[in-house]
Design a protein around this ligand. Structure first.
Ligand code: F0G
Length: 462
């Protein structure tokens, strides 16, 4: 007998209370925070879906691993356990720990990218693109055409446009120090990349003599989508799929705060001896000795265990299915989403849902505030507030105005998801009453983190 209900594949040993607030308290909290959810106190949030990064719940095995942590400055046992876990999954020769993903990016690009260079990617995450640009390079996004259409269904909407890759390498090969591919494609909606696309991109890069590097933050979720959707992989384990994915690449950057299910940590892994040596020298300068790289021994232990737990089939099944379930219910209620639902998050198409709010009044930002005011839910705008200010000082609409609800790993249960369905459906039903916002204070860079806003016309929900 095969039962249909998918359960959380864990039981709860430690609980952390979350606090209900009244609409009046949330209104006051929003005013104090300048209508910016980044400036709220976390204790005023009931369900926190700001990010899936570093917010996961660690397992009893990870916590017991932490007690084994060897805090020796050099050559700690914990490093060798960490190195073995990364090597088993990725097969890469050199494993360089870093305090989080962007440190791996900074060290890699700092060792490879020169002014005028180009780094193609399906879609760069903000920090990845910013680290390329900081070196004077251009961060080039070349996702497939389907990625630009929110409601269009495609099984591997995270794929890279291989013709564009071939063309870019043929035209500018001498200015391309490496090519990256992000699995799953976070900035493109948490969408997976197929094995066929990874294999073909790798073949193109290697034919042009250019290294191919995976941004591996959500490698386990990507492996699960390949198992579910790509012909020939249904009987493979997520581990075998991950090993094959990494087998096509020359290295990876990783934020272990995602599919390492750790609260902090990351790594850079490479096959090239000389490049790895340069990166280790940079690491010593800014992160730490190569056997700890800015992490405690206990962090290395937590990651070594977490990387394996992220590949567990029951866990991946529960995780991806709960996001998909939420997507199905919201779609049935008429809420416009970026489809199909991705791995770690759902993305609401706020521009379409709040079509009475012009882009200049930031519909994504307004929707994110409305979700907090209505139900204490914290999400993140990925739209014109985040991307609208151009380097020349002008303002333009972002490609899309989305609101991302990202799920911490193993933290929320089915009833939390059911609550979210109620809140989002309610907000959708009163969408005409939601007003736009204006920015009243704008910092010079990465404005979304600290800008302050006010509702146009005084009240957020009329
Ligand atoms: N690459 C991708 C695809 C990411 O999603 C992130 C982080 C990073 C690199 C950088 O890693 O934060 O450890 O330095 N994404 C988080 C998010 C912050 O909310 O999506 P980091």
């Amino acid at each position: 007998m095969q039962f249909k209900t998918i359960i959380e594949p864990f039981r709860i040993k430690v609980v952390e209370p979350i606090r209900r607030t009244t609409p009046q308290q949330r209104q006051a909290a929003l005013e104090e925070a300048g209508y910016n959810v980044f400036l709220l106190r976390a204790e005023d949030v009931l369900i926190d879906l700001l990010t899936d990064s570093g917010t996961g719940a660690m397992s009893s095995n990870q916590w017991s691993g932490m007690m084994r942590g060897d805090e020796s400055y050099a050559g700690a046992r914990s490093f060798y356990r960490f190195e073995a876990a990364v090597q088993e999954i990725t097969g890469f020769k050199h494993v360089i720990p870093t305090h989080q993903g962007r440190a791996a990016e900074r060290i890699l690009f700092g060792s490879t990218v020169k002014p005028g260079d180009i780094v193609p990617n399906n879609t760069h995450f903000d920090t990845t693109g910013a680290n390329v640009e900081y070196r004077g390079g251009t961060a080039l996004n070349i996702p497939i055409e389907e990625a630009h259409h929110p409601s269009l269904i495609h099984p591997f909407k995270g794929n890279m446009d291989l013709d564009a890759l071939e063309r870019t390498l043929a035209e500018h090969g001498d200015r391309i120090p490496l090519v990256m591919i992000t699995v799953t494609n976070n900035s493109g909606g948490g969408q997976p990349v197929s094995m066929a696309n990874i294999r073909a991109a790798s073949e193109i890069c290697h034919r042009h003599g250019v290294p191919f590097i995976i941004d591996a933050c959500r490698f386990a979720e990507n492996a699960w989508f390949i198992k579910m959707r790509e012909e020939g992989y249904a009987d493979s384990t997520p581990m075998a799929i991950a090993q094959e994915m990494f087998g096509y690449a020359d290295g990876c950057t990783m934020s272990a705060k995602k599919d390492g299910i750790a609260n902090i940590g990351g790594f850079l892994a490479l096959n090239d001896d000389a490049l790895a040596q340069t990166c280790k020298n940079m690491l010593i300068l800014t992160e730490g000795f190569p056997t700890y790289g800015g992490l405690a021994g206990y962090d290395l232990e937590a990651i070594a265990v977490g990387l394996h737990e992220a590949l567990d089939e029951d866990y991946l099944h529960y995780r991806i299915r709960s996001v998909e379930y939420l997507g199905e219910k919201l779609t049935a209620a008429g809420v416009p989403l970026l489809l199909p639902t991705g791995g770690h998050a759902i993305y609401i198409d706020a521009r379409s849902m709040l079509d009475h709010i012009p882009w200049q009044e930031y519909p994504g930002w307004s929707l994110s505030l409305a979700l907090y005011l209505a139900g204490g839910v914290r999400s993140a705008e990925i739209g014109t507030v985040m991307f609208g200010r151009k380097p020349d000082g002008t303002e333009a609409p972002a490609d899309m105005d989305l609101v991302r609800l990202a799920f911490p790993r193993r933290v929320y249960t089915q009833s939390h998801i059911d609550y979210l369905i109620e809140v989002i459906t309610y907000v959708h039903s009163i969408r005409e009453r939601i007003s736009g916002v204006k920015m009243v204070e704008e910092p010079p860079v990465l404005r979304h983190f600290t800008a302050r806003f006010a509702p146009v016309g005084g009240a957020l929900m009329g």
